[in-house]
Design a protein around this ligand. Structure first.
Ligand code: DGJ
Length: 730
C-alpha cells in the first residue's frame, strides 16, 4: 500500500519508492502538510512537525489567536479570508460579495488507480497497481463549498500528482476567483528557486535565484504556457548539483495561464503554490456544479537535479504520453519552412523530396503557405482550402508525388487562428476573441479564434479532419503563433467572461483529443512559434513538440538543456538548419548542427537542393548516426555531464542504455580554450565492473575509469566543434 491512514494520530502517509509525503489533521479539522522528503519507514513522532503544540496553538486551545494560527499553519490547501496572509490557493466570492472560506476536513477515501480528469490532460496509471489515490474531502458548510484534494501516488515512478475538485453544495452560485491546484509549506533551507525562463527563440533557459523574503513567481497570462516562463518551479538547497542537494519540484499539466509562486514568510517558512493564474479568471459555480482544477506533478529528490530529471522523464514516458509513437522510431523529416518560407510550389517540394530521399530522409513536411491566398503571413488563416496555383491537382496529387519519391508526407496547420483578411473572418467576425466596441490588437496580423464556442471548435475540427481525410498524410505540425489580448467572447454571458481563457484551453484539448481519436496513427507535433506551448498538458496529445524556432546549434544547447531538465529527449523537436542561422546569424559546423539535433526528434529545416556534395554526404552520415543512436535517445537514461551555461566553454551530455550496455556521449566545444590541450569527461550510469570499447577505435576502458577518471577529449582548434562518442560494453 503506498497510502495509509493512521486514525489514532490523524496521519496520512503517501509513499513512493524513495519519498514520503505526510499529511496530518490538526484539531480534527485543519489539513496540514507535515513532511515531503526522503522515504520514512517509521513515522513515529512526525506529528510534532505540525507544530500544534507551539504558540499560537491550534484554535481549540487558543481561539483568542485564531488568525495567528491561520498565518503560520502549514495548510495543504490554503484559502482566503481566515488569517492566512500568505499566497493562497482558493478565493471564492459569494452572491453577497464576501470572500471568506475555511475548508475543514470532513472525510477521505483511499483507492487503487488514478482517475482521469474529464476534458483535461492527466497523468495516467495503466493498471490499478501502478497508482493509488487519496481523496481528502473538506468543506465550508457556511458558503456551501466542498473541495476534494486529490493525491495520486505513483510508487514506482516516485511522484505524487495533485489536483482539486470543487463542488457547490449550496443553493446559490459561487464565484471562483482563484483555484490553484497545489500548495506545499516547507521550512526554509536557504532555498534557491529554479525556473525555466526565456523568450521567443530562447526558451527554457535554466534560471536560479535565492529565495528571499517575499514572493517570487513564474507565470503566464498570455493564454498559453509561453516562451517566457515555464509552468515549473523547484526549490533547491544551496549548492545543488546534478548529483547532490535536495530538490522540491512542481510541474503543471496545463497549457494555459499559470502561476508558480514561492514565498518566504515572516516565520521563515516557505510556501510553493501552483495553478491556473488568477488574473482575469473567474468561474461561476452553479448549485450542484463542479470545477476540476488541472494537475500538478510533485517530485522530490535528495540526489540533485539529475534524479529529478529521471523521475520526470520516467513519469512522462510511462504515464503521460499516450501516442503510439512514444516507443517508435520517428521518421527523419525535412520541413520546407526555412528552405522556402511561403515561396514554394509542388515542383519545388518534389525537388526537395528527391534529394532528401537520396540522403536517407523519410518524410517531407509541407509547412505554412499551402492554403487560401497564403503567400504572406497576413492572410488566409481559417481558410483551409488548398491553393491550387501552388499545388495543381490539389493535396492528394501533391501527396502522391511525394509518396512516389518514397517519402511520407506531413502537413502544417494553425487551426486556432484567423486572419482578418480571410473568408472565415469575413463570414464570422464574431468568432475572434475580442471585446465589443474595441478593435482587438493583431499579432502577426492575426486574431485568436474563440474556442470556448462549441460551433467554432466544430468548424476547426471539420477543416483539419477534412484535409486529413482527403489524402495520405502521416504527420501534422499544429502551430499557434500569437498570444492573447482583448480577452472577450462574443458568446459568453457577462458573468462568464472570466471563464474564457480556461474554456479556450479546454477547446484546444478537445480538438486534439478528437484528432488523435479519429486518426490514431497520425504523428502529431505541437508547436507555438517554436516552444511557446511546450508543456506536459500538450504531451498528453502529442509525443513531440517543436522546441524552438531557433535552430542555431549553440543557442539550442541552452534551450535543450533546460528542456531536458524535465522532458525526455524523444519529446524535443530538433532539426538541422542552414547557416548563417536565420535567427542569430551564426555559422556553426554542419556536423555540430547534426550532433545537437540528434539529441531530439531529428530532422532538417533547410533547402537540401542547395547543399554542396560534401554537405549532402554529411546529411547521409547524420541519418546513419540517427539510426545508430536513436534507440538511446528514445529509451535511454539522460545524464547532464557539463553545461556551457555554467562553464562558458563546453557542453556535454550522455544517454546510456538502461541496462548499462552502451552510452552515447555528445561533447560540444563552444569556445576553444587557450593552452588547454584536453579535458576529462566523467561519464555516468555505467557498469563499474564492465569494459567498454569506444566505437570506431580499439580503445577499451573500464566502467570505473570512465565514471571516476573520465575519458580524455582533445581540445580542437576553432569554436563550435563537437563529437559523439559511443561506448559499447565488451
Ligand atoms: C512558427 C513555427 O514555429 C515555424 O516553424 C513555422 O511553422 C512558422 N510558424 C510558419 O508560419
Amino acid at each position: 500500500m503506498s497510502i495509509t491512514f493512521d486514525r489514532a494520530s490523524n496521519l496520512f502517509q503517501l509513499n513512493t519508492k524513495s519519498t514520503s509525503y505526510l499529511i496530518g489533521i490538526a484539531d480534527d479539522q485543519y489539513i496540514g502538510h507535515i513532511y515531503y522528503g526522503r522515504k520514512l519507514d517509521n513515522c513515529q513522532g512526525c506529528y510534532e512537525l505540525l507544530r500544534t503544540e507551539e504558540r499560537p496553538f491550534v484554535p481549540s486551545k487558543n481561539q483568542r489567536d485564531k488568525s495567528a494560527f491561520g498565518d503560520c499553519f502549514p495548510y495543504e490547501y490554503s484559502t482566503v479570508g481566515v488569517g492566512d496572509y500568505r499566497e493562497s490557493c482558493l478565493s471564492v466570492r459569494t452572491p453577497q460579495g464576501h470572500r471568506v472560506c475555511e475548508l475543514v476536513y470532513t472525510g477521505h477515501e483511499i483507492f487503487d488507480g488514478k482517475p482521469e480528469l474529464p476534458g483535461l490532460p492527466s497523468v495516467f496509471a495503466k493498471e490499478g497497481d501502478q497508482a493509488q489515490t487519496l481523496e481528502i474531502t473538506c468543506e465550508d458548510a457556511q458558503i456551501g463549498l466542498k473541495a476534494v484534494l486529490r493525491y495520486s501516488v505513483f510508487e514506482d515512478a516516485d511522484a505524487v500528482v495533485r489536483s482539486v475538485l470543487l463542488e457547490n453544495t449550496g443553493s446559490g452560485p459561487l464565484y471562483i476567483e482563484r483555484v490553484l491546484s497545489a500548495c506545499m509549506d516547507l521550512d526554509d533551507e536557504s532555498f534557491e528557486m529554479l525556473t525555466l525562463t526565456g523568450s521567443w527563440g530562447r526558451e527554457r533557459h535554466i534560471t536560479k535565484c535565492p529565495l528571499t523574503y517575499g514572493k517570487h513567481a513564474a507565470s503566464s497570462t498570455r493564454g498559453c504556457s509561453s516562451h517566457q516562463e515555464h509552468p515549473f518551479a523547484a526549490l533547491v538547497t544551496p549548492g545543488t548539483t546534478q548529483d547532490t542537494g535536495e530538490v522540491y519540484a512542481m510541474h503543471f499539466v496545463y497549457s494555459g495561464n499559470f502561476l508558480a509562486l514561492c514565498q518566504k514568510s515572516q516565520h521563515d517558512s516557505v510556501r510553493m503554490v501552483m495553478g491556473i493564474h488568477p488574473e482575469g479568471f473567474e468561474w461561476v459555480l452553479k448549485p450542484g456544479a463542479t470545477f476540476q482544477a488541472p494537475e500538478v506533478v510533485c517530485v522530490y529528490s535528495d540526489q540533485g537535479l539529475g534524479k529529478m530529471s529521471h523521475t520526470f522523464h520516467d513519469l512522462y514516458r510511462g504515464h503521460l504520453i499516450r501516442s503510439p509513437y512514444l516507443h517508435k522510431k520517428r521518421p527523419v523529416l525535412i520541413n520546407n519552412w526555412e528552405a522556402t518560407y511561403f515561396d514554394f510550389d509542388a515542383d519545388k517540394l518534389v525537388e526537395i523530396a528527391k534529394d532528401a530521399k537520396e540522403a536517407g530522409i523519410e518524410m517531407l513536411v509541407m509547412d505554412d503557405g499551402w492554403f487560401g491566398r497564403r503567400n504572406r503571413d497576413d492572410r488566409s488563416l481559417g481558410d483551409w482550402t488548398v491553393n491550387e496555383e501552388k499545388l495543381p491537382g490539389g493535396l492528394s496529387a501533391m501527396v502522391e508525388r511525394v509518396r512516389g519519391e518514397g517519402l511520407a508526407f506531413g502537413i502544417w496547420f494553425e487551426p486556432e487562428m484567423v486572419s482578418p483578411d480571410s473568408d472565415l473572418y469575413r463570414a464570422h467576425p464574431d468568432w475572434a476573441i475580442q471585446v465589443p466596441g474595441r478593435t482587438p490588437a493583431q499579432s502577426r496580423a492575426q486574431y485568436v479564434l474563440d474556442l470556448s464556442r462549441p460551433e467554432v471548435v466544430d468548424y476547426v475540427y471539420a477543416c483539419v479532419a477534412g484535409i486529413l481525410r482527403s489524402a495520405d498524410i502521416s504527420y501534422v505540425k499544429w502551430d499557434m503563433n500569437r498570444q492573447f489580448t482583448d480577452l472577450g467572447s462574443m458568446a459568453l454571458l457577462p458573468e462568464h467572461q472570466g471563464e474564457l481563457a480556461h474554456r479556450y484551453i479546454l477547446g484546444v484539448y478537445e480538438l486534439q483529443e478528437r484528432l488523435i481519436t479519429e486518426f490514431p496513427d497520425l504523428l502529431l507535433e505541437n508547436c507555438a512559434s517554436g516552444g511557446g506551448r511546450f508543456d506536459p498538458g500538450m504531451f498528453y496529445y502529442s509525443p513531440q513538440i517543436w522546441c524552438s524556432d531557433d535552430t542555431d546549434a549553440v543557442e539550442r544547447l541552452a534551450i535543450q538543456e533546460g528542456t531536458a531538465l524535465l522532458y525526455p529527449l524523444s519529446c524535443i523537436g530538433a532539426h538541422v538548419s542552414a547557416c548563417p542561422n536565420h535567427i542569430v546569424g551564426r555559422n556553426t559546423p554542419f556536423a555540430t548542427r547534426g550532433n545537437v539535433a540528434l539529441a531530439g526528434t531529428f530532422g532538417y529545416e533547410l533547402d537540401i537542393t542547395r547543399l554542396s556534395a560534401d554537405e549532402k554526404e554529411q546529411v547521409r552520415q547524420q541519418v546513419e548516426l540517427y539510426h545508430r543512436y536513436n534507440h538511446l535517445v528514445q529509451e535511454g537514461v539522460y545524464y547532464r555531464i557539463a553545461s556551457w551555461q555554467e562553464n562558458h566553454l563546453y557542453d556535454c551530455w550522455e544517454v546510456a542504455a538502461e541496462d548499462k550496455s552502451e552510452a552515447a556521449v555528445t561533447y560540444v566545444q563552444v569556445l576553444s580554450g587557450v593552452n588547454v590541450r584536453s579535458r576529462k569527461i566523467r561519464l555516468k550510469g555505467l557498469d563499474e565492473g564492465a569494459l567498454y570499447r569506444l566505437e570506431g577505435t580499439d580503445q577499451v576502458y573500464s566502467g570505473q575509469v570512465l565514471m571516476y577518471g573520465g575519458v580524455l577529449v582533445k581540445m580542437e582548434e576553432g569554436d563550435f566543434v563537437s563529437r559523439v562518442m559511443h561506448f559499447v560494453r565488451v
